[in-house]
Design a protein. Structure first.
Length: 198
């Protein structure tokens, strides 16, 4: 296997942009990645697009918007790991020697959502309607707590740390730090996970 390097990265700010189609979000991020890498779109030999909610051929639609020239584009769906799986495929395409330049794209657009906002110093939120993934993660959290003695405070500290990191990231969706108390007092989605855990 050959050594692989990441030449560049590009992001569109995370968030809910009802006025923007997924194509606009993806193209902006791709163009930033190409600029950061110092390569042109036709230099990319193969692409992998990870998404869940966009239906068939999201990657092909993005490639066409960037300018079709015959490169292979593969769509990857692997639930919340779709973007990571696209990255893995791009890595393997280069490491194997099959290609020299690959692009991994992760893009999605939720149809329905609930927002978390901060007003007058308080967190207000509504639990999401689709709690299927949260139920699965809550079950795993409870099992981990039972088997390893992980505490609710330890789980909440992950949220505090993640929100603190997000406050330093201009592309993050939620850019306001939260306290341990706020995580505990946020609306419960599925025991032991509150909105701010999710």
């Amino acid at each position: 296997m050959r050594e692989v390097v990441v030449l560049g990265a590009g992001l569109h700010r995370y968030g809910i942009f009802p006025e923007k189609p997924f194509l606009s979000l993806a193209v902006e991020a791709c163009r930033r990645a190409l600029e950061d890498a110092g390569v042109q779109w036709p230099d990319v030999e193969v692409g992998y697009c990870g998404s869940v909610n966009l239906g068939v051929a999201a990657g092909h639609i993005i490639a066409q918007a960037l300018g079709s020239y015959g490169a292979t584009m593969t769509n990857v769906e692997n639930a919340s790991a779709s973007g990571s799986s696209a990255f893995r495929e791009a890595y393997l395409a280069i490491a194997s020697g099959m290609h020299d330049v690959a692009m991994a794209i992760g893009v999605d657009k939720l149809k329905r959502y609930r927002n978390v906002s901060r007003q007058d110093g308080k967190i207000s939120a509504k639990a999401p309607r689709n709690t299927g993934p949260a139920r699965s993660f809550a079950f795993r959290a409870r099992e981990h707590m039972k088997e390893y003695g992980t505490t609710v405070d330890q789980r909440a500290m992950v949220s505090v740390k993640s929100h603190d990191n997000a406050s330093l990231n201009p592309y993050a969706h939620y850019q306001t730090p939260v306290t341990l108390e706020e995580v505990h007092q946020a609306p419960m989605v599925v025991e032991p996970l509150t909105v701010l855990h999710c």
